[in-house]
Design a binder for this molecule. Structure first.
Ligand SMILES: NC(=O)c1ccc[n+]([C@@H]2O[C@H](COP(=O)([O-])OP(=O)(O)OC[C@H]3O[C@@H](n4cnc5c(N)ncnc54)[C@H](OP(=O)(O)O)[C@@H]3O)[C@@H](O)[C@H]2O)c1
Length: 269
């Protein structure tokens, strides 16, 4: 029997790279997609040295022609795609009026949301033909709760949540699974791209912070035991429920703990 194949976008670092290593250890062929070719090649070499098989395909997921090339190359090489992990993404976490319309706003929408949608659209006919497949979309807790300075990032991740839910109801009848994963803070290179400039330095408390390897294990568990959505770590579910049940209390708390301390209203200081 052929080995199963996972296609991972954003495989050049962080969660994507950790997921590629883990799935390879568990017997998958892995297709590695991201822009930094040197990183992809180094990871593919590492995976092959450990006895696995990896196909690096340099890809910018804001480009439809790159996505089409990625999927064609994967199918030509391995003949099938069993799991699509739409993971590529980044966040620019500043006040809305400070975000550049192109480099920050447009690029986040193009990468985090449109990139995942188009990659899915290109892979889907293959999964429909096989009447099998699993699509996992990397959202974030910020796809369930909108914190200040996350306006565009949250827009992309809330968007992914809607996309995930609607798609699941479109393709489930063909045996195609669609899941969303919603992690809190994860220690990766993500923080290097946010442009965060905070007065208070407020961060995810250490006991709630995940490693890329933690998330990779949860992605593997999702494939083994498919679920509609997975919120990690589990205490974050309490915050999500609070936000649903008492949004006014959450508004008040966030403004007191974060917003007022970060950007004091005129006249207070
Ligand atoms: N870290 C967190 O706290 C956290 C929490 C919740 C969710 N997430 C989500 O997890 C996902 C992975 O992030 P990470 O934490 O692992 O951060 P990371 O280490 O910065 O990885 C981001 C990946 O996305 C790729 N990427 C960015 N733009 C791309 C583009 N246009 N085309 C193709 N690939 C692109 C990057 O590769 P290249 O630069 O080589 O293209 C890189 O491999 C993101 O969707 C992020 O929103 C992260």
């Amino acid at each position: 029997m052929n080995k199963p194949v996972i296609l991972i976008t954003g495989a050049s670092s962080g969660i994507g790279a950790a997921t590629a290593r883990l799935f390879s250890e568990r017997g998958y062929h892995v297709v590695l997609a991201a822009r930094r070719e040197d990183r992809l090649r180094a990871l593919a070499d590492e995976i092959e040295a450990a006895g696995g098989q990896a196909l690096p395909v340099p890809t910018d997921i804001t480009r439809l022609d790159h996505i089409e090339n990625l999927v064609e190359t994967s199918l030509a090489w391995y003949g099938q795609i069993d799991v699509l992990f739409n993971n590529a993404g980044f966040g620019r976490l500043k006040w809305l009026e400070q975000l550049d319309p192109d480099e920050d706003i447009e690029l986040q929408l193009q990468t985090n949301l449109r990139g995942a949608i188009l990659t899915t659209r290109v892979v889907l006919p293959h999964m429909i033909e096989r009447r099998a497949g699993h699509i996992i979309n990397m959202a974030s807790i910020a796809g369930l709760i909108g914190p200040p300075t996350y306006s565009i990032y949250s827009a992309t991740k809330f968007g992914l949540r809607g996309f995930t839910e609607a798609l699941r109801r479109e393709v489930g009848i063909w045996g195609i699974r669609v899941s969303g994963i919603y992690p809190g803070g994860v220690a990766t290179e993500f923080g290097q791209h946010t442009g965060i400039d905070r007065r208070t330095g407020l961060r995810t408390p250490a006991f709630l912070r995940l490693s890329a390897e933690d998330v990779a294990r949860d992605v593997y568990r999702l494939v083994e035991r498919p679920r509609r959505m997975l919120i990690i770590p589990w205490p974050m579910r309490i915050a999500v429920w609070l936000n649903v049940l008492w949004p006014g209390v959450v508004d008040w708390g966030i403004q007191r703990i974060f917003t007022i301390r970060e950007r004091p209203p005129r006249g207070l200081h």
